[in-house]
Design a protein around this ligand. Sequence first.
Ligand code: SF4
Ligand code: SF4
Length: 110
Amino acid sequence: MKEITIYVPDDYENQVISVISGITLVARKNSGSNWFILKEPCNRCGECCKQFDSFPFQCDEKGWCPYLEEFGDGTYECKLGAYRPLGCCCDNVKRIPKFCSVRYEEINRC
Ligand code: SF4
Ligand code: SF4
């Protein structure tokens, strides 16, 4: 784990702070909580893009997000790349626990 220092304006001290590398949420801090650091990355199963509530895009005929790209080896990618919505990077609620490999570790640091 690499330590970096982030300076934020005083008004943001108690706001949610998300640190994104590329399209990956690598660290997050909720108001008043410790930091959570990415421990296990996405395995690109695509499940969170197959079972979503159609917001912000309309689902295709399979019920998948139209920007989900399927590869032959069972992995998926978002066609929007770096332009995918922030919510797709940060919204843990959308992840499907049965499939999702993404894990965060809480560290004793606020
Ligand atoms: S925009 Fe990309 S990341 Fe978001 S649901 Fe669609 S395929 Fe998934
Ligand atoms: S469910 Fe989890 S592991 Fe699968 S694509 Fe979505 S974030 Fe990645």
